[in-house]
Design a protein around this ligand. Structure first.
Ligand code: IPM
Ligand code: MG
Length: 369
């Protein structure tokens, strides 16, 4: 098959890890006989520097004409003092909105080989296999007005707005995933305080009737934050609104030991998908060959599976990653005793060379979604 892939490296470590995605695709192409036509474009701070705007028209056009999109990360201290409408993060929010990427999927498996790098006890961290379904194009991130007002600008307003249709489509997505997985859905809200959460809860209860095979429970977001630490193994699929999902997914990522391990998929109704690591641009380690490229490489695997109908190919990448970890290699963020610490380039090379051949991960096969 021939597929066109847009790679938007962005800023900071985004540029280093993006090369991991490209190498992984090349290796998949060679082994399985596909042709990936890769085109690069700027987003975020890099786009502010090259085009004067965090999401140039040309980048958006490339994304729209591609079969799928890979994104590194955006943001950095260089652009921190810009007004909010011109910040690098604005580019990321705008591409999500423009492409209608409302469903953000963040799978959080336990990597058996990495259990000791988790701050949680191994018997707790080792039992995790959840999927966070985060609403991505509504809520506080996009509600209007969002501004300072009043005399001297001493009043500030952000708006949490959702339409019924926006909630329905994300809730349906979450039910579909729960049905295909372990059949348990936890809807996270703040219905004891927020009207938006009360409507969210109503809709979840309505849709539950269409999915008798899925068990549903509701949890307030503060309680969910606590349960993620005390008993993360209880979750299968979590569905929640944009801001809660942002916060809970960073929290949940640490169960696996490092934010540097987690991929994500953002899907639209038409099926177009953007794939990016959950972590950010990590300016403190950028350019030092220290970044963990695995979240980006695993995002590439999700892309193959969910946007390009190449499940075997995606799993080949996942197995290659697993096999490198099983052999005791890790990047500095993982702090695994007794393992061989390697830099970004070396990790990319190790994984890529294992994609090239049939690899069997001997222990702890990881199921993403
Ligand atoms: C994420 C990030 C983004 C978000 C930032 C960079 C705007 O934290 O993808 O989780 O808040 O959505
Ligand atoms: Mg985040």
């Amino acid at each position: 098959m021939k597929k066109k892939i847009a790679i938007l490296p962005g800023d900071g470590i985004g540029r280093e890890i993006a090369s991991g995605a490209a190498s992984a695709l090349e290796a998949v192409g060679k082994r399985f006989g596909h042709e990936f036509e890769i085109e690069y474009a700027d987003i975020g701070g890099a786009a502010i520097d090259s085009h004067g705007t965090p999401l140039p028209e040309s980048t958006l056009a490339l994304a729209k004409e591609s079969d799928a999109i890979l994104l590194g990360a955006v943001g950095g201290p260089k652009w921190d003092s810009l007004p909010s409408a011109q910040r690098p993060e604005r580019g990321l929010l705008a591409i999500r909105k423009e492409l209608g990427l409302f469903a953000n999927l963040r799978p959080i498996p336990s990597f058996q080989t990495l259990v000791q790098s988790s701050p949680l006890k191994p018997e707790i961290a080792g039992k995790v296999n959840m999927l966070i379904v985060r609403e991505l194009t509504g809520g506080l991130y996009f509600g209007k007005p969002s501004e300072r007002r009043g005399e001297n600008n001493e009043v500030v307003v952000d708006t949490l707005q959702y339409t019924r249709a926006e909630i329905e489509r994300i809730v349906i997505k979450a039910f579909e995933f729960a049905k295909a997985r372990d059949g348990r859905l936890t809807s996270v809200d703040k219905a004891n305080v927020l009207e938006s959460s009360r409507m969210w809860r109503e809709i979840v209860n309505e849709k539950a009737a269409d999915y008798p095979e899925v068990t549903v429970d509701h949890m307030y977001v503060d309680a969910a934050a606590m349960k993620l630490i005390s008993s993360p193994g209880q979750f299968d699929v979590i569905v929640t609104e944009n801001l809660f999902g942002d916060i809970l997914s960073d929290e949940a990522s640490m169960i696996t030991g490092s934010l540097g391990m987690l991929p994500s998929a953002s899907l639209s109704e038409s099926g177009l998908g953007l794939y990016e690591p959950v972590h950010g641009s990590a300016p403190d380690i950028a350019g030092q060959n220290k970044a963990n490229p695995l979240a980006m490489i695993l995002s590439t695997a999700l892309m193959l599976k969910y946007s390009l109908d190449m499940r075997t190919e995606g799993e080949a990448i996942e197995r290659a990653v697993q096999s490198v970890l099983n052999d005791g290699y890790c990047t500095p963020d993982l702090q695994l005793e007794g393992s061989t610490v390697v830099g970004t380039d070396k990790m990319i090379e190790l994984v890529t060379s294992r994609i090239a051949e049939e690899t069997t991960a001997s222990a702890g096969e990881v199921v993403y979604m």
